[in-house]
Design a protein around this ligand. Structure first.
Ligand code: ARG
Length: 590
């Protein structure tokens, strides 16, 4: 038998096949597989009960008939997976120790695991739209989540076999440029792209520009005139705009580099400025858009709120906006990149925008016969300070990302320096970067993303609890135990040959937990929520330490030692695979 990547899927498919050959079942039957409590088995199918209830039949009888058919399903290894009917009709499955050992032996590298997962989204073209910051503004702590969550989900999708394209949809085309150009010209300011504070200067100019506008309406008219000139392609204003874009991108890419964020394409909002006319035309032609008070809007009569709340796609002054740009972007992605799926990453305040965008696109695409991709708005809550309010510096200013990431590495450096003063300076630095940046990422990812989370240095850098240092330290400990056992994660041939059958509860418990990794990944993919992977890794680390406390690894018996070293090595493998997927780097010492 070929070793399956995910036992839960094997059981699910086998049960569906068994059901199709069993009287009383139809294709609405969902086996309902989930991990079982260890004393009952490894997996439980609890779908017979609700099905029997709905069909008004006896669940126990249905379950008995199903188990009988299962024995004749060819793909199901009856000799290696035992089934038991429990209570009124639950099915409990237990994998044999030999099968678990086979699994451990088979999946020996990250690419093996990836090959196993690679069927999940094979051949799908997915566009991930992040971090998509707005030009002319410094990135602050609010931009952390699109980068951290976006990067983790990009990697999850890739791991599951999708062709992923990251498109950085920069907000580089808006009314703010009128104000900026006006302020730059009034001050006679010479933008210096090489200055370290160039972007901070642009922010300052924008602030002074808006202050001036408030004082005098004539200045507001000047800003408007500058904007119109820019929109019409005026050479001087285009040059200023180009400089602002370059300065912003320069600063963004510094931060992307620290966070290992690498967009494949960067088509900002400005790219779509000549592509919105098509949107106005098609949406009117499909009878979706109508004029209202001079603006072009879309209503959704079938929606409780959007029947009255318009989706404005052209402002009354004739200008395009965020909505028209997003519609143009969507059709572009479908036509140019044959996107099967598009995921947008922003905070929760944009939920209405994306709901209206998706509703509009569904109707527009269906009326025009365009293939509609799967659309996902991956949104999140606010980062709170320890006072429970949206996080800010003491003076009320935003916390800039560059400063935050520097601080993370400094704090981690202090910890490493205290724990391991004897390490070489450059090793200390690289550990500090893995731990510091990893801790910031992990604190964000381990929370269910739709909830707000409290940013706390002490918690995210703690060596206990569900934190990056805890997991990274566990991985480093395994590196050291493997070294003591005379093996390494890439050199396990001997150990794999020698390993004897798993016996103790702790060994079996750990093997079982390792084989649940695929289910955690699928759970995280189902709703694009990386915290399921974090929870799993945290639990795995706990199971590993139970094993480590119960069973000595480096014993004299070579076969027992071999199987325990194999368990250690596979724990490290799954831990590293998961952490890398979340965007963390692992270290061999810390
Ligand atoms: N620039 C936007 C912002 O900072 C996010 C853009 C998200 N992507 C999109 N296609 N709307 O809020």
């Amino acid at each position: 038998m070929t070793v399956p990547f995910d036992f839960s899927q094997l059981i699910d498919q086998s049960l569906r096949q068994a059901a199709s050959q069993t009287e009383g079942f139809d294709d609405t039957f969902d086996p309902g597989i989930r991990p079982a409590e260890p004393r009952f088995g490894d997996f439980q199918a609890n779908g017979v009960l609700p099905f029997a209830k709905q069909k008004k039949t006896n669940p126990r009888q249905l379950a008995t008939a199903l188990v009988e058919s299962l024995a004749s399903v060819e793909s199901f290894p009856s000799d290696a997976i035992s089934v038991e009917i429990a209570g009124p009709g639950f099915l409990n499955f237990r994998l044999s120790p030999a099968l678990l050992l086979e699994w451990l032996k088979h999946f020996s590298t990250e690419s093996d695991l990836q090959a196993g997962a690679g069927d999940l989204l094979k051949g799908k073209n997915a566009i991930v739209d992040y971090p998509s910051p707005n030009t002319a503004k410094q990135m602050h702590i609010g931009h952390l989540r699109p980068m951290v969550i976006g990067e983790a989900i990009k990697r999850m999708l890739k791991f599951a076999g999708a062709n992923v394209i990251q498109d950085d949809h920069l907000g580089d085309w808006g009314t703010n440029f009128g104000t900026l150009i006006m302020a730059i010209k009034r001050e006679g300011y010479d933008l210096d792209a090489t200055a370290d504070n160039a972007l901070a200067e642009i922010e300052r100019l924008y602030k002074s520009g808006t202050a001036l506008e408030k004082e005098a309406p004539s200045i507001r008219d000047q800003s408007r005139a500058e904007l119109v000139k820019l929109q019409q392609g005026d050479a001087e204003n285009t040059e200023i705009w180009n400089k602002i874009v370059a300065i912003s991108n320069n600063e963004f890419s510094r931060i992307y580099k620290i966070l290992d964020v690498k967009p494949d394409i960067t088509l900002g909002e400005s790219f779509y400025r000549d592509k919105v006319d098509r949107i106005y035309a098609e949406l009117q032609e499909c009878e979706l858009a109508e004029e209202s008070d001079g603006a072009l809007v879309v209503f959704h009569p079938d929606h409780p709120r959007f029947a009255k709340q318009p989706f404005i796609i052209r402002k009354s002054d004739g200008a395009s906006n965020y909505a028209s740009t997003d519609l143009a972007t969507m059709i572009h992605r479908v036509e140019e990149n044959t996107a099967d799926m598009i995921a947008y990453f922003t905070d929760g305040r944009q939920q209405d925008h994306f709901q209206q965008l998706f509703l509009t696109a569904e109707k527009w695409f269906s009326r025009k016969g365009y293939p509609l991709p799967k659309l996902e708005h991956v949104w999140w809550g606010t980062i709170l300070g320890e006072d429970g309010k949206a996080i800010k510096t003491k003076s009320g200013a935003p916390i800039y990302l560059r400063a935050l990431l520097d601080e993370a590495q400094e704090r981690a450096y202090a910890i490493v320096n205290e724990k391991n003063p004897e390490l070489a300076e450059d090793e200390k630095r690289s550990i500090a970067s893995a731990v510091g940046i990893g801790a910031v990422r992990y604190a964000d990812l381990s929370q269910n993303r739709t909830q707000d989370y409290t940013f706390s240095w002490d918690k995210l850098l703690a060596f206990e609890g569900n934190s990056a240092p805890y997991l990274l330290y566990a991985a480093a400990r395994i590196y050291s135990i493997l070294a003591k056992g005379g093996v390494s994660k890439t050199d396990l041939t001997e150990v794999t040959k020698l390993a004897s059958s798993l016996e103790t509860d702790a060994e079996l418990g750990l093997a079982r937990k390792l084989a649940l990794f695929p289910m955690a990944l699928e759970q995280a993919l189902a709703d694009l929520r990386p915290h399921f992977i974090c929870t799993y890794l945290y639990e795995l680390t706990g199971t590993y330490s139970t094993f480590n406390n119960a069973d000595k690894v480096l014993v004299d018996d070579p076969e027992v030692k071999a199987r325990r070293l194999l368990l250690c090595a596979r724990t490290l493998l799954v831990l590293e695979t998961g952490l890398h997927m979340l965007g963390l780097e692992t270290v061999e010492r810390m």
